[in-house]
Design a protein around this ligand. Sequence first.
Ligand code: NCD
Length: 355
Amino acid sequence: MRHLLDTTDLSVGEIDELIELARDIQQNRAFYAHVLNGKILATMFFEPSTRTRLSFEAAALELGGQVIGVSSGSASSMSKGESIADTVRMVNCYADMLAMRHPAEGSAAIAIEHAKIPVINAGDGGHHHPTQTLADLMTIKRRLGRLSGMTIGVCGDLLYGRTVHSLLNALMRYPENRYVLISPEFLSLPEYLNNRLKASGAQAVRAHTLSEALPEIDVLYMTRVQSERFSDKKTYSDLSDDFILDAKKLERAKPELAILHPLPRVNEISAEVDDDPRACYFQQAMNGKLMRKALLIKLFKALDERDTDRGRIEFAPSVRCDNEKCVVNTERDVKSSFRESGARRHCAYCERELS
Ligand code: NCD
């Protein structure tokens, strides 16, 4: 059984195949109209969503499948205190595949532990969001014709922006990419991801304003401040003008720049940019549906077993992940476990390094 926790569950070759398949699906919609006949996709969304849930559901329906699910935490028995594990045990009985979004970091990994059907991570807190990345990669590939040898600027909330985390995890596997990390200090990348970026050998530099970074960038990935993830609402403030894209700043950018945003936007891209030919974000949302169609086909067809044993280490129960948003600390009955990478040990669920 195949699951999608992050894009690293797919090989680079498989990602390329999915992009090709998505293109074919777009051109030959009727040919694929019945490939999921008789199959049921469950979309269990315990956090708000417009694009991800609707595009998953449209994808399944356009492929001939059917859809069941919940669109908010209050609509399921989780609001009565049911655990993720028990919820997934129920979905096993009613659906052939599960796309789940949940606010705890590492929640998708827990779902996979209890699933008898393929699970797709549709966003686990501020951790990962791999299907958004598939849409992003398709958009970049179609616009620039490549996924390597680029300078990528990621701007905004790099700390909690799960789409940025998954995108960097994916792009690090392509050669000769450079990164410009554009954010205020308090929204910098999580430490584990920063370390991973360094270990990949890629060049990564910080920029403190969008204007100084823009002239060298090929792909600009904008994000909103994930205000819902701050434990103390007072500790975050809206982005200053330095991180807001407008027509004036764009005058300094390359003519072939691709501007992406996973959406929803708040104020980080002003509306006047929408008509600029470099704006790709609405196309990106369409590509999200096409890539989800390709992924559903692949996962339903995938019979090849993958090694899902990711080399866990269990410690005495007193050694816990210290991330309060980690599923180990938000769910009952979840044992802490860690993985080793080089000299470091990090949580098997949210990836925070063991301090
Ligand atoms: C993103 C998400 O949910 O992480 N939205 C999406 O899925 N397209 C980005 C965001 O909420 O800012």
